[in-house]
Write a protein that binds this ligand. Structure first.
Ligand code: FAD
Length: 469
């Protein structure tokens, strides 16, 4: 990362702040928008408390920068890179509860605990995220229909508030702060530590099944039929499909394999996996590389090369993180970046919402390279994204006309009582956000109590007018 600023001690008002500050161009994973940002990288909680209480600028925490849009950006304020807080502090074998600092990554946790027979209960589609970022977005995984989001698997969170005080919260202690912080996108304070429950696993393998669905109705029928049988499920949709094949998909589900499901060689070392080789995308692809023709051809090929596969054993890293083996894959969308659009609908509106969104995409010839569908289950939290129903994620390269097109999708989502995911968003309007999050007033009351001067503020929070002016 280019460094243009000063790394020595900084002055804020008349007080000296010890944490180093540098200026660098920053973006989320979608590389849109980008801005020159001042970044602190404190090493100690005392430094963090000092800069939170002394720096008069708006601040927001940043973890691994895997949110797609502007959640971990803050122009013209400052971001606090919390990745130096990366120690694992204690682990209880009996309960599976890990106490760690918020800058620990999910990848660190998996590398340490998978060989000991433990795995995060909830994991998103990448392991390159921090615990703090996972909690702030209240992330979901392929098992949301069974296990809800990560907040349901936290014993406690320690949050450093605008006053510099560290306050512990959990579903039973300071519950209002807990439910405003999980999913609160870093706006109640900086999460410094957490107690995260891990699940026991007997093997590092997933017994997985793949089924081709002829269209969206068939895909929904498969999800509904299998959701009590499998912990994990996800569908990849060919969104270049139309007419009676609209929404044709590859649906993949699975459970962690038991020991007796492994063959001899794997059974001898059930929790170990060969390290994955990783490729990287060395350059930004040119804009035409992912034009409608290429994307349609990719979708066609992907669909045709996947067959119905009953009972295959898949290494859990490949199952959960198919994209992590291609480093910097976001560069395939070119230098202008891309937008991920993730919406959710209530159950009763999900089928109609999926159909009309896929039809609008087919008409627009803006087929998404990767379109993912999932079923959501129960959800707590004041600003958490999931709701019982279905969710669809789409990647769109940043091209002329994209933003007005996404506004049209917004109107359709809203009309059906749906909403968009803050951790993916870079462009929705305040009106879309306010209408989609009915518990915003409750969240604002907690925010006002712990951060009356709105010290924790981000590009996302100001764009969406999350806090009243
Ligand atoms: C390939 C890929 C796949 C993904 N798949 C999924 C998925 O399946 N499900 C899902 O839910 N999400 C998914 N995501 C989104 C990702 O899980 C979230 O955006 C997550 O928040 C990223 O964590 P991070 O550490 O990178 O946080 P950042 O991107 O750095 O920050 C995200 C938010 O968390 C806040 N934050 C970060 N650290 C702290 C802290 N210590 N205290 C307070 N606030 C903090 C920031 O202020 C910001 O609002 C995916 C992202 C990618 C790139």
């Amino acid at each position: 990362m280019e460094e243009t600023g000063q790394r020595s001690a900084q002055f804020a008002g008349d007080r000296r702040i010890a944490a180093p500050l540098k200026r660098a161009p920053l973006s989320g994973w979608g590389r849109y928008p980008r801005c020159l940002t001042d970044i602190y990288r404190p090493e100690k909680f005392a430094e963090l408390a000092e800069l939170i209480t002394a720096d008069p600028h708006a601040l927001v925490a940043r973890g691994a920068g895997r949110a797609y849009g502007d959640a971990a950006l803050n122009a013209p304020g400052r971001v606090i890179d919390v990745t130096r807080f990366n120690r694992m502090l204690a682990f209880d074998d009996a309960t599976g509860i890990l106490r760690c600092e918020a800058g620990v990554t999910l990848g660190d946790i998996i590398d340490t605990f998978r060989p000991r027979g433990f795995f995060p209960v909830v994991t998103p589609g990448t392991r390159f995220i921090t615990v703090g970022g996972a909690i702030a977005a209240d992330v979901h995984g392929k098992n949301h229909h069974r296990d809800s989001s990560i907040a349901a698997h936290l014993a406690s969170i320690d949050v450093m508030l605008a006053s510099g005080e560290i306050r512990r919260c959990s579903p039973d202690q300071n519950a209002d702060l807990f439910h405003a912080t999980a999913g609160g996108m870093g706006l109640t304070g900086v999460i410094v530590e957490a107690e995260l429950k891990l699940r026991r696993i007997a093997t590092a393998w997933i017994e997985s099944e793949t089924v081709r669905a002829a269209n969206i109705d068939h895909a929904i029928e498969i999800f509904e039929r299998t959701d009590r049988l499998y912990d994990y499920s996800v569908g990849w949709i060919d969104c270049a499909s139309a007419a009676s094949a609209l929404g044709r998909s590859i649906v993949n589900f699975g459970n962690f394999a038991t020991l007796d499901q492994l063959d001899g060689q794997r059974r001898a070392a059930p929790l170990s996996l060969k390290p994955r080789r990783s490729l990287s995308v060395p350059i930004d692809f040119p804009g035409f590389a992912l034009g409608p023709f290429t994307v349609t051809a990719f979708n066609e090929l992907y669909f045709r090369t996947h067959r119905d596969t009953p009972r295959a054993l898949v290494d859990c890293e490949r199952f959960f993180y198919p994209l992590d083996s291609i480093r910097d894959w976001n560069r395939i969308y070119g230098a202008s970046g891309f937008v991920q659009y993730q919406c959710a609908w209530p159950m009763a509106e999900s089928r109609a919402g999926l159909v009309e969104t896929l039809e609008a995409i087919a008409r627009s010839r803006r087929a998404s390279f990767l379109a993912v569908v999932k079923k959501f289950g129960a959800q707590d939290g004041l600003l958490s994204f999931p709701m019982p129903g279905y969710t669809l994620s789409l990647d769109f390269p940043m091209r002329p006309g994209l933003l007005p097109f996404l506004d049209q999708l917004d109107a359709m989502v809203l009309q059906r009582g749906g909403r968009l995911y803050l951790a993916k968003d870079a462009r929705m309007s305040p009106a879309m956000f306010h209408a989609g999050y009915p518990r915003l007033a409750e969240w604002r009351a907690v925010k006002a109590a712990v951060d009356p001067n709105n010290h924790f503020s981000s590009s996302l929070s100001r764009r969406l007018e999350m806090v009243p002016a």
